[in-house]
Ligand binder design. Structure first.
Ligand code: CP
Length: 333
């Protein structure tokens, strides 16, 4: 299977590509599909510089001084929300955080009115997470001047997670070209899996999805992946094993006999982790359910880069914000 993953819902948008173009041209980061290998590599190269800035005693540059970045999260988040906030602050942008539970959404205000109200205050970027696929595209069409970043839309995409995953693998292995990557677990409900498959394959990796049939999408037509139901058969040849959480909040029916049986067949136990080669990386987007998809001690062993993924997330999001809002601005580095 070689064609790109088709988006389940992708409304029309005015300016979908992220690229370093003319100042004053509004851009968005909505999907890995819009980036292509060149866009991904451009962002990864820029991330190197922000990793270096992050090591300084004062890890701050004035690149986005005077800009305002709003976090608009309609779903829970720890990593994505806080790392975008830290990234914006390190670029000297002002930040605002929207909380659904204390907002006028609770009084019945619509998503569109909420977005237009926030934009009327004069903001430059909206970082949005929503349980419905396609919401970031809708917001991009409703706004006039703000750039929109997709921080996760339903089961659909999570582009900055995929970018930080690519960066982390590249940092450890030099390149993704020719690597064998297994993505294991709840592929069906995972926006991370969709964005990672697109990004990993765009950079030349070969991806195998490993899951019980009930946790695969109804159709894998167009996915550039191999499929396996046998984790133990896949592990010895993996360069990277990428575990996913069971997203029970998105399961509307019984898809598994029990958690115990899932772990027995698909969990990365200590015994199964021994099947991995010496250089193989263990990855997970978080949050981790220790003892379910991965054994607690395996999540902490030396070849696990889960914490490194989180750390790199700040620099990757700095690069994304800089490309969207700071093109042509002297980094003051
Ligand atoms: N990986 C990820 O999106 O984590 P959060 O839900 O904590 O943001």
């Amino acid at each position: 299977m070689t064609a790109a993953v088709s988006a389940p819902e992708k409304p029309e948008t005015k300016a979908p590509r992220l690229s370093n173009t003319r100042p004053g041209t509004r851009q968005h980061l909505l999907s890995v599909a819009n980036l292509g290998p060149d866009g991904i590599n451009e962002l990864l190269r820029l991330t190197d510089m922000f990793v270096e800035i992050g090591r300084r005693p004062i890890p701050r540059v004035p690149a986005l001084r005077g800009k305002t970045v709003v976090s608009l999260f309609f779903e829970e988040s720890t990593r994505t929300r806080l790392s975008f906030e830290m990234a914006a602050k390190r670029l000297s942008a002002d930040t605002m955080s929207f909380s659904v539970s204390t907002s006028s959404v609770k009084k019945g205000e619509s998503l569109r009115d909420t977005v237009e109200t926030i934009e009327a205050m004069g903001i430059d970027a909206i970082v949005v997470r929503h349980s419905a696929a396609g919401v970031p595209w809708q917001i991009a069409n409703w706004t006039e001047g703000a750039s929109v970043i997709n921080a996760g839309d339903g089961w659909h995409e999570h582009p900055t997670q995929a970018l930080l995953d690519c960066y982390t693998i590249r940092q450890q292995r030099g390149s993704l070209e020719g690597l064998q990557i297994a993505i294991v677990g709840d592929i069906r409900h995972s926006r991370v899996a969709r964005s990672d498959v697109l990004a990993f394959s765009a950079l030349g990796a070969r991806v195998t999805v490993v899951a019980p049939p009930t946790l695969l999408p109804p159709s894998l037509h167009g996915w550039p992946v191999e499929v396996s139901h046998h984790l133990e058969a896949v592990l010895p040849s993996c360069d990277v094993v990428y575990l996913l959480r069971l997203q029970r909040e998105r399961m509307t029916e019984a898809l598994l006999p029990s958690l115990r049986e899932y772990t027995a067949t698909y969990g990365l136990t200590r015994q199964r982790a021994r099947l991995l080669g010496d250089r193989a990386l263990i990855m997970h987007p978080g949050p981790v359910n220790r003892g379910v998809e991965i054994a607690a001690e395996v999540a902490d062993q030396p070849n696990s880069v889960i914490t490194r993924q989180v750390r790199n997330g700040v620099a990757v999001r700095m690069a994304a914000l800089y490309l969207l809002l700071g093109s042509g601005v002297d980094l003051g580095a």
